[in-house]
Write a protein that binds this ligand. Structure first.
Ligand code: INI
Length: 163
């Protein structure tokens, strides 16, 4: 049986972190959690590029451009959509998640999603490092693993072509 899976070693990998400014109280914590995880797994600070966009709605468009730049092994989308009294939440959350999924299907690099969709600010805080982990950290770990499994596929292709 040949099992192919990515390691959690980030040494030598480059990451693009795309962060929404809206709800920055939360998204700054997601960014801190993601950067901490990448560094703890061996990424160099100089290999982390942070790009900011106005809100989560704008995330997929910037993420797509960052992924297409070819500068990174993985790109990570970080945003927080918090329900208010209007249906705006549903539109922003749906478009952002669809958009990130579309980028993931088209990109040559790994794409991971650390977008919180919560009913309340309290729930969002809980998922941004207070009580229920940090969604940015989770997204960073997923980005490392996916980048490594994609890398092993690319390596296998090169090895086959060389024979
Ligand atoms: N953007 C967010 O990132 N989170 C939200 O909760 C949010 N809500 O609820 O309004 C939000 N709206 C702004 C949106 O992402 C765009 O920036 C805006 O519509 C301009 O295109």
């Amino acid at each position: 049986m040949n099992v192919h899976e990515g390691t959690l070693i980030a040494t030598g990998l480059r990451f693009g972190l795309v962060v929404a400014r809206f709800n920055s109280l939360i998204t700054d914590q997601l960014l801190a959690g993601a950067a901490d995880t990448l560094r703890r797994h061996g990424a160099a600070d100089a290999d982390l590029d942070v790009y900011r966009c106005p809100g989560t709605f704008e995330l997929p468009a910037l993420l797509r451009r960052v992924a297409a730049s070819g500068r990174h092994d993985a790109v990570i989308a970080l945003g927080a959509v918090i329900r208010g009294g209007t249906p705006h939440f549903d539109f922003v959350a749906a478009e952002a998640t669809k958009g990130v999924a579309q980028v993931a299907m088209e990109a040559a690099c790994a794409v991971s999603m650390g977008i919180l969709t919560c009913d309340t600010m309290e729930q969002a805080l809980e998922r941004a490092g207070v009580k229920a982990g940090n969604k940015g950290a989770e997204a960073a770990a997923a980005a490392i693993e996916q980048a490594q499994v994609l890398r092993s596929l690319a390596g296998a292709r090169r090895a086959k072509g060389a024979r």
